[in-house]
Write a protein that binds this ligand. Structure first.
Ligand SMILES: Nc1ncnc2c1ncn2[C@@H]1O[C@H](COP(=O)(O)OP(=O)(O)OP(=O)(O)O)[C@@H](O)[C@H]1O
Length: 893
């Protein structure tokens, strides 16, 4: 820190210390002349992050660290500091330096944090930059409130609900910064994890009275009734805290925050947080992985791109709304010229939503204002074209578009066609708009002509033919009259200088012109600034209509994007109905089908689900057969349909789905122990408690994270519960390695067995990727090992061991399938039921193995001792066998 205790602190450092004390948590960029300086610890951090030189400055006897950069580099350096996670306070000089004042007045004009970014360098153009606030309810049962505010667009959303709902929204909207009460940090991290950039606020801010006052003031309203947020007490607190935070970070002109909207939980399909992650809707966890949005986003405008991200995580449940989107997409698909025209027009639009937000923030530059008017001008043709289209949806959208001709023409009248980006450089305001400015410009351009004109006129008027206009530094412009014509000087001229052969005069007119010429440049800049400010102020009245246009264009853009994807990827229009069936004919996985190697073809599959007949599909098949792909494509097709998109299928009839749950079994519990398994079971239990008739559940290798027999038992119990649960019959796709689960179909009529076909070809397995009726009866690991060329003696022996292990286990504990069926396992069984013994007694078996495969017995025994067969997947078994085989091959006989 700058040393405030030092005896003789320089005036500059004294001022710095005072300002810094007000913003202790921020890294302070302190303007000194043409530089932004940082001092003390801030300087150390800035030097490290920015790679700038760290020096020191004498501060009245003691040294303080110093690092700075030129003011014009702020656009380069500021984003780097913010991205590195710093809050940055920018302290400007608030007055021009003058000789009389020892030190100029300075103050913080802006605080930039990840959630408060508005500069293009800090924003991703197709993503919102949300600042979130989470307010916890009073008790455990009380709801949690969330607000999401994008300062760069003015979008302001609130939601209230159970913790898992808020968690899901945080995951979907990925806020860049989250505000919370000082005393709730631990609770927040426990519930929502530690991956957010947190900023705490004083506890007193989180009170209804204070926050409601903030909201009412922002929206200039007497009540919040009109916004549909009256009932959401905790969400309103979260919203008010966000406004409070903006105020304390010097963001005071928030005219672009014109509305607050409720994210109505009941309007959208409920996706549990695993589903968003698991279906890779927005992100893929793999390196260079592709997510659904990557495939789906063919939008042209940044607003469209941002809206699509919301559509993807908030699929609709209302049939009419979904069909309205389909109808618009169909219209574009059916008319290539309409699609192309709209695409071309939208390309001229740019980011009007963010442009108009810069108006109240005082950040809009002249070129952006011009871009705004270009965008408005482009809206006319879009409106006209869509009004002519056969689509009701598109006509309704077009009708609401308002190209604001006044704004468009006013900007055209006031701003030059290609204005300078930087207002301070001039050349912004159009010629002919302002007489004063025109005159000033004229003066600088034509000053010589004007002087010559005066000279000419005066020669004619006075008859002094030798009259000349000259200039000197003492009294500026003058009229010089030779002695010969002295008598003809008119009365209004003032003599200023007498020379031997001539006299010099000034006139009122000449002085005025001189003044104008000398100050013209300065005055031009001032006048341009003034006129520009007037325009920006005038534009503030049009923020809401421009935002409305931006919203409409975003929707048109998304629908157009869906049509482009449908054309390119051969998607078809799904039929939506109120039934509870899902009937997909020749469906495909939208992402995987795009990623296959050249020459590979995605194999489409039919999937039918209905709660009265085929409620649960049990799919068996070896690793890599395509089970997970089938599960996910089914959910993705339903979700795509409900987002309003066409779907990758030959035909699809979808009874509206209201919830999608996904669970994927933990892949390895060897390193993470039981906890992973416990988590898996807890989460599965939460699915079981929330299912409805319209739910779609994907269970992929559930129970994999424990020993084989435990896993089978648990998967069995879950399948049984989903089938027999009286409350609801959720449609379920169940992928499993455990062929034992096929037995369930014998006693439970709505469970149907399927498998994914494979074919043996010599030593190779060919994956046919076809879903066929009937479960598979193979023990895949050993089966695959045989096809991989394992010596027959080992394969045969492995088969024997498996049979013996299963037989032994059945005598010790009973057949897991029978056990499960007999015990009528309750829901809570996974967590509370005593785990079946994981270690099997294999001593006897091992002895006999080693008797037969000597002389490599020692090494093989060693390797086998380390194996826990109960926790291995078939493919791991196969690899282990391969390893054993190598031992045999490498040992000299
Ligand atoms: N219908 C299909 N057509 C073409 N390729 C497919 C198809 N289904 C899956 N694949 C390919 O097979 C790979 C494996 O599929 P998937 O992960 O679904 O197998 P799995 O049976 O779930 O295996 P595991 O049990 O190991 O998870 C996919 O990454 C994809 O490349």
């Amino acid at each position: 820190m700058a040393n405030s205790k030092s005896k003789k602190v320089t005036p500059l450092m004294a001022q710095y210390n005072k300002i810094k004390a007000k913003y202790p948590e921020a890294l302070l960029l302190y303007r000194v002349g043409d530089f932004y300086e940082t001092f003390g610890e801030d300087a150390v951090k800035a030097a490290q992050v920015l790679g700038i030189t760290l020096t020191s400055r004498n501060n009245g006897g003691s040294d303080v660290e110093l690092a700075g950069f030129p003011y014009h580099s702020v656009d380069t350096y500021l984003p780097r500091l913010v991205r590195a996670g710093y809050r940055v306070a920018i302290c400007e000089q608030l007055e021009k330096p003058s000789k009389e004042k020892k030190i100029v007045r300075r103050g913080v004009t802006e605080i930039v944090t990840p959630g408060l970014a508005v500069d293009d360098q800090l924003l991703e153009y197709k993503s919102n930059n949300f600042l979130a606030c989470v307010a916890f309810g009073r008790g455990k049962k009380d709801a949690c409130g969330l607000s999401l505010l994008d300062l760069s667009t003015g979008e302001f959303l609130v939601a209230e609900g159970a913790v898992d709902y808020i968690d899901k929204l945080l995951q979907s909207f990925q806020p860049k910064e989250v505000l919370l009460s000082k005393d709730k940090r631990q609770e927040f991290e426990r519930v929502f994890g530690d991956r957010f950039y947190l900023t705490t606020q004083d506890e007193w801010v989180f009170t209804t009275d204070y926050t409601d006052e903030k909201l009412l003031k922002q929206f200039k309203a007497a009540s919040l009734k009109g916004f549909g947020v009256e009932e959401l007490r905790v969400a309103r607190i979260a919203a008010g805290v966000a406004l409070h935070y903006l105020e304390t970070t010097e963001n005071r002109n928030l005219k672009h925050i014109t509305r607050i909207s409720r994210l109505a939980n009941d309007r959208y399909v409920w996706l549990d947080r695993f589903t968003i992650r698991n279906l890779e809707l927005l992100y893929s966890p793999h390196d260079h992985g592709v997510s659904l949005i990557d495939i789906l986003d063919r939008t042209v405008t940044p607003m469209g791109g941002r809206l699509l991200r919301k559509w993807v995580v908030l699929p609709l449940k209302d049939k009419a709304q979904i069909e309205a989107r389909h109808e618009a997409v169909r219209t574009f698909v059916d008319s290539a010229p309409l699609l192309q025209d709209l695409h071309a027009s939208l390309q001229q639009i740019g980011d009007v939503e963010r442009l108009i937000s810069k108006v109240p923030l005082g950040k809009v530059n002249p070129r952006e204002i011009r871009a705004l008017s270009d965008a408005l001008c482009a809206m006319g043709p879009i409106r006209a074209r869509l009004m002519d289209s056969p689509s009701n949806t598109l006509r309704q959208l077009a009708e609401q578009l308002d190209p604001l001709p006044d704004v468009c023409s006013e900007i055209g009248r006031r701003i030059r066609d290609e204005p300078a980006v930087n207002l301070a450089k001039g050349g912004v305001i159009a010629d002919g708009f302002d007489a004063e400015l025109d005159e000033l410009r004229d003066i600088t351009k034509n000053s010589k002509n004007r002087l010559a004109a005066i000279q000419q006129r005066e020669v004619e008027r006075t008859g002094i033919s030798s009259l000349k206009i000259g200039f000197n530094n003492v009294f500026g412009y003058y009229l010089e009259v030779t002695n010969k014509y002295k008598q003809q000087v008119p009365p209004g001229w003032t003599r200023k200088q007498t020379l031997t052969s001539a006299e010099r005069y000034i006139t009122e007119e000449l002085k005025l012109l001189e003044d104008k010429i000398l100050n013209a440049e300065d005055k031009i800049l001032q006048r341009e600034e003034q006129l520009y400010e007037d325009l920006v102020l005038w534009l503030q009245d049009y923020i809401a209509p421009v935002q409305r246009n931006a919203g409409l264009l975003a929707r048109i853009d998304c629908l157009l994007g869906f049509a482009k994807v449908a054309n390119r990827q051969r998607y078809t229009e799904p039929e939506m109905d109120e039934s509870q069936d899902i009937d997909i004919v020749q469906g495909r996985h939208p992402v995987i089908e795009q990623q296959l190697e050249v020459g590979e073809q995605y194999v489409p599959n039919d999937v039918q689900l209905d709660p009265d007949g085929q409620q649960i599909i049990m799919i068996t098949g070896p690793n890599m057969a395509g089970k997970s792909a089938l599960l996910r494509q089914t959910a993705l097709i339903c979700l795509l349909a409900q987002m309003g998109s066409f779907v990758p299928a030959e035909r699809a009839r979808i009874g509206i789905v209201d919830r999608v749950f996904t669970r994927v079994g933990a892949s390895d519990n060897i390193s993470s122990g039981e906890s992973t398994f416990m988590v898996e079971m807890n989460e599965t239990a939460s699915i079981m408690n929330n299912i409805t008739d319209r739910s779609l559940i994907l269970l992929d290798e559930i129970g994999r994270g424990t020993s084989t027999f435990d896993g089978i038992s648990i998967a069995w119990a879950i399948a049984e519960y989903l089938h027999n649960n009286g409350r609801a019959r959720p449609k379920t796709l169940f992928a499993t390695h455990y062929h034992e689960l096929n037995e369930l179909a014998e006693s439970l009529p709505r469970i149907h067995n399927y498998s994914i076909a494979i074919k043996e070809h010599g030593n190779r397995i060919i994956f046919l990727r076809k879903l066929i009726a009937g479960g598979s009866q193979h023990s895949f690991g050993i089966h695959v090992a045989r096809m991989a060329g394992m010596p027959t003696s080992i394969v045969a022996r492995a088969g024997d061991i498996l049979t013996q292990l299963e037989a032994q286990h059945i005598t010790e504990q009973g057949d897991p399938a029978e056990l499960a069926a007999a015990n009528d396992l309750p829901l809570t069984a996974p967590a509370t039921r005593p785990a079946a013994t994981a270690s099997l007694s294999t001593d006897a078996l091992q002895l006999s193995i080693f008797e037969t495969v000597d002389p490599t017995a020692g090494r093989l025994r060693e390797l086998l001792d380390m194996v826990n067969i109960n926790s291995m997947t078939p493919i791991e078994c196969m690899m282990k066998l391969q390893e054993l085989k190598l031992v045999i091959e490498e040992t000299p006989s």
